[in-house]
Design a protein around this ligand. Structure first.
Ligand code: SF4
Ligand code: SF4
Length: 376
């Protein structure tokens, strides 16, 4: 992803009044559409039946430990930056049955795998950072070593409709991680929103089919100029940053720093940061049986490196203290992830800052470790 929008000579312009045609084209071509909606005071992704349900005229105000929706000065559908939920739940579900076991009257046990029925799904309004996060999840769930059948069944049937970010939340720092705010890969259709409507580019064969069904107008040069200026200004507006995309050396040198305990004095070990993070993939396996023990469902559930049970290994609790859990999280996210997936596990979405109940900010914690280095 990058900080500026590339001009696409084949793009078309879709006025806001024609947005229902996009939903119609998706339905015509067999997709259900998942899109952003305001619900319980936040932007969430859910099945979109009507473009009137998009969060028209809303923006999000975010800061450490705080998220509010408020009215914007213009009536756009995608003026908000992000919500607590990335698109992760649409490929890696919070609770996913894996197999069932049934014991019959003769005492024989029959195991059956639970298969995900593929469903063509378009996700509208995906941000650059969340596309980057999905590429990381692909490495984990669909890489060459392990290939997760449920993830692949959903992922292979996704049509991703990305949108360039013309506005960042105060907690966003995707420019420093190299993951936004403009989209240059990972999406099938790319949208850029200005006050009058959307500039639409098709980047895949499936997307070109939908593109041809839209009542598009020619994009005027001043519309391109406006979009490019807004996204460039947005990139320049981010106040938070990580100092480097590879923080391994810094963090490996800080394993015994007293600053981990300083963070732990505030950290509640609640796991909110991992639940909202679009790249976190830790999970646990659970078995639920009927009271008579004849039927068992084995499921995979999201877990967090901040939870007690996740720190249990061969009967031992290996991270009994909060500072060890926070260290595990940050060290993995920004350090050892490079060895696993060739990049950091952070895409700069800022969700862990906003949704941390005590407002712990990883960019500030990295600055604190860096200053320790300078002062020693
Ligand atoms: S670590 Fe925080 S900022 Fe980075 S991707 Fe996860 S939630 Fe977003
Ligand atoms: S850093 Fe914040 S969100 Fe994460 S576990 Fe600690 S208190 Fe919870």
């Amino acid at each position: 992803m990058c900080a500026t929008v590339a001009v696409d000579p084949l793009a078309g312009f879709l006025p806001h009044s024609q947005l229902p045609a996009l939903l119609h084209a998706l339905h015509e071509t067999g997709y259900r559409c998942i899109g952003p909606q305001a619900r319980d005071g936040a932007i969430v992704f859910d099945e979109l039946q009507d473009t009137a349900d998009l969060p028209w005229g809303l923006i999000d105000v975010q800061e450490p430990g705080r998220y509010r929706l408020t009215e914007a000065t213009s009536r756009r559908a995608f003026a908000w930056a992000n919500g607590p939920q990335a698109i992760k739940p649409w490929v890696f579900q919070a609770h996913e049955p894996q197999w069932t076991a049934q014991r019959n009257a003769q005492g024989h046990i029959r195991f059956e795998a639970v298969h995900v029925a593929p469903q063509a799904t378009a996700i509208l309004g995906v941000r650059a950072c969340d596309l980057a996060a999905l590429q990381i999840q692909d490495c984990h769930f669909a890489g060459s070593r392990e290939r997760d059948a449920a993830y692949l069944a959903r992922r292979d049937h996704l049509l991703l409709i990305g949108i360039h970010c013309a506005r960042s939340a105060d907690t966003c720092f995707c420019v420093s991680t190299g993951d936004g705010p403009a989209i240059d890969r990972g999406a099938d259709l790319i949208l850029g929103e200005i006050d009058e409507g959307l500039i639409v580019s098709a980047c895949s064969t499936a997307a070109r089919r939908i593109f041809r069904l839209l009542p598009l107008e020619r994009v005027r040069p001043e519309q391109w100029a406006m979009l490019r200026q807004e996204v460039t200004n947005n990139a320049g507006s981010q106040r938070r940053a990580l100092p480097s995309q590879d923080l391994r050396n810094l963090l490996y040198a800080k394993l015994d720093s007293p600053h981990w305990s300083t963070i732990a004095e505030r950290c509640l070990s609640c796991g909110n940061c991992t639940a909202v993070c679009p790249t976190c993939f830790c999970h646990q396996e659970t078995d639920t049986s009927t009271l008579n023990g004849e039927w068992v469902t084995h499921a995979r559930e999201w877990d967090s490196c901040f939870s007690d049970q996740h720190a249990h290994l061969a009967g031992l609790e290996i991270r009994s203290e909060v500072h060890l859990r926070y260290r595990q999280w940050l060290l993995h996210k920004l350090g050892t992830w490079h060895e696993q997936y060739g990049r950091s596990g952070c895409v700069g979405c800022g969700r862990c800052i906003t949704w941390c109940p005590v407002g712990i900010d990883l960019t500030e914690e990295i600055s604190a470790f860096s200053s320790e280095e300078t002062s020693t």
